[in-house]
Ligand binder design. Structure first.
Ligand SMILES: [Zn+2]
Length: 161
């Protein structure tokens, strides 16, 4: 039987799984772990993908499943697309971790495409808004590479998951 205590443990284990591309961020920081519940003694972890084309999503799902299985749980990971993930689900801790790792956080939710195209990305080091995009893809497909014209440092901008 999965007790309340075990369910809490399962939730903690799932929440601590890190993003493979941003290993300092957990699924909890990203806000993609929607729910951990129990059905017929099976732990169900519900995850919402950040964006469907992101290759990290299936890796994260596998990692959550492995973490739960290794802890001795019968577990299943369910992908939950509705409601869709938005950047506003990233916790304040997650935003702080991004900034302290030199990555500028994603745009707030609800920003229109028109605004998105002309958005200003501030430098995570000096907060200067005099920055330019170097490449649509940074070290991973989920990050765009920018350079700050004030402190001259390159930095990654987190654009999807
Ligand atoms: Zn700068």
């Amino acid at each position: 039987m999965v007790t309340d205590i075990n369910l809490a443990k399962a939730r903690r284990i799932a929440a601590e799984v890190a993003d493979p591309e941003l290993p300092f961020l957990t699924v909890e920081d990203l806000g993609i772990l929607r729910e951990v519940s129990v059905e017929d003694d099976v732990i169900i972890a519900r995850l919402t993908p950040t964006y469907s084309g992101c290759p990290a999503v299936s890796v994260i799902e596998k990692d959550v499943l492995n973490a739960l299985t290794q802890a001795g749980f019968n577990a299943r990971v369910v992908r939950s697309d509705m409601p869709p993930w938005t950047t506003s689900w990233i916790t304040p801790e997650g935003i702080a971790k991004l900034q302290s790792n030199g990555i500028s956080p994603p745009e707030p939710a609800g920003m229109s495409d028109a605004l998105f195209a002309t958005r200003v990305v501030a430098c995570p080091r000096c907060q200067s808004e005099d920055t330019e995009k170097v490449s649509e893809f940074g070290s991973t497909p989920c990050k765009a590479q920018y350079r700050c014209n004030t402190c001259k440092e390159p930095f990654d901008h987190f654009k999807c998951h």
